[in-house]
Ligand binder design. Structure first.
Ligand SMILES: NC(=O)c1ccc[n+]([C@@H]2O[C@H](COP(=O)([O-])OP(=O)(O)OC[C@H]3O[C@@H](n4cnc5c(N)ncnc54)[C@H](OP(=O)(O)O)[C@@H]3O)[C@@H](O)[C@H]2O)c1
Length: 353
């Protein structure tokens, strides 16, 4: 035993995995050995973490031998199959996929909001919320603690990297196809320019907005919209919270944005809301419309906090606030929150060791 826990990063070669390796190199080093795992396609590749080149190994049962904490940054079906195997090999799993988020025996954790939940993990798995939920939940958790949340109405403006490396490659390819062409005067111009292959999106995303993310669920809702509702309810401990969500994909590479209409139990003071957001851990208030100050993805990409601007009391409802939030979907929306959860697990491991 090194005195520090051994960590496995499963999915180290993906969009989230790449950011995870940066984050592990930047944060306080609580880990002993770090193992990098991906599909057999990537076995033998070398990736840098903590200033060291580490060879990627293929996912296998033996890869988890001696691992204390395993972060999973892989597709849902891979996590569903392999996370329980990692647990039987002795690891605590922190899973970034949707496979276990709504399992009542798996805590869904945001360290700024419900850190205590990490300790009750009967299946040995802790789930990380989806990136759209994470973009708003730290700010909303702080407001909820003071005012008591009663209802949410949310619209998202989601970056293409939310759909992984394939999403980024699709937007890059489409942008090169539309660059310099005369577009936008006739319906279908952009579609004709980019062709039939729209990657993980149902419509061209270059020079466009697409009101869809995920797969079809009942009554016309998308899977992404259901995740935002169900996960926000679980994290905040409000199982009946009314939540209306519309998810929209926009031609931004990284950083999701959301408009939020949040209704609370009683009348809210904007000044008090400002104080709460200005002092909440993990939140930056960037809100001075008179000088053009509000967050945009171009400015906040690559940063860790949730950025909040355009804070106003609702025009026709003194119990409601309107806000605009931005957060890097690959950092707090995925890798950073996973790393924070894993650090909470590691701190307990240190107590036991
Ligand atoms: N992107 C986001 O903003 C975001 C935010 C929150 C949560 N998530 C979730 O995080 C997970 C990873 O997302 P991503 O965007 O990083 O996806 P991605 O870019 O497509 O990367 C997928 C990763 O999974 C690995 N993988 C795929 N199939 C595998 C298999 N059969 N065995 C072992 N490894 C396999 C890939 O390895 P190879 O390179 O070897 O193929 C790669 O490392 C997903 O569950 C996603 O829903 C993503």
């Amino acid at each position: 035993m090194t005195g520090k826990p051994t960590l496995a990063v499963v999915g180290a070669t993906g969009a989230v995995g790449a950011v995870m390796l940066q984050i592990l190199s930047q944060r306080a080093d609580v880990w002993g050995e770090i193992r990098l795992i991906a599909s057999p396609r990537s076995a033998g590749r070398k990736l840098a973490v903590r200033g060291e080149e580490i060879e990627v190994t293929a996912l296998s049962e033996e890869a988890f031998d001696g691992v204390d904490v395993a972060m999973f940054d892989v597709p849902d079906e891979v996590a569903a199959q392999w996370a329980p195997i990692a647990v039987t090999r002795g690891a605590v799993v922190v899973d970034n996929s949707a496979a276990f988020r709504l399992d009542p025996e798996v805590p869904l954790v945001v360290p700024e909001v419900n850190p205590h939940a990490v300790r009750t993990r009967p299946r040995g798995i802790v789930a990380n919320p989806n990136c759209t939920t994470l973009t708003m939940i730290v700010a909303l958790g702080a407001l909820h603690a003071e005012f008591g949340l009663r209802e949410l109405v949310v619209s998202s403006y989601q970056a293409v990297s939310g759909a992984g490396r394939a999403g980024v490659e699709t937007l890059r390819a489409q942008l090169s196809l539309v660059a310099g062409t005369e577009l936008g005067t006739k319906p279908g111009d952009v579609r004709r320019a980019v062709g039939e292959d729209t990657g993980p999106f149902p419509e061209p995303v270059a020079l466009n907005v697409v009101p869809w993310a995920g797969s079809l669920r009942e009554d016309g809702w998308s899977s992404e919209e259901m995740k935002v509702r169900d996960e926000a309810r679980k994290i905040l401990g409000l199982p009946q919270l009314p939540v209306a969500v519309t998810c929209v994909r926009v031609p931004v590479i990284t950083t999701h944005s959301l408009t939020v209409h949040a209704r609370f139990q009683g009348e809210v003071s904007v000044d008090r809301a400002r104080e709460i957001l200005a002092t909440a851990p993990g939140v930056v208030l960037c809100d001075d419309p008179a000088t053009g100050e509000f967050p945009t993805p171009a400015d906040v990409v690559g940063t860790d906090p949730t950025w909040v601007g355009r804070l106003r009391r609702a025009l026709d409802d003194p119990t409601a606030l309107e806000l605009f939030v931005c957060g890097d979907n690959l950092r707090k929306g995925a890798a950073l929150n996973t790393a924070q959860i894993a650090e909470l697990v590691a701190a307990d491991w240190g107590d036991r060791a």
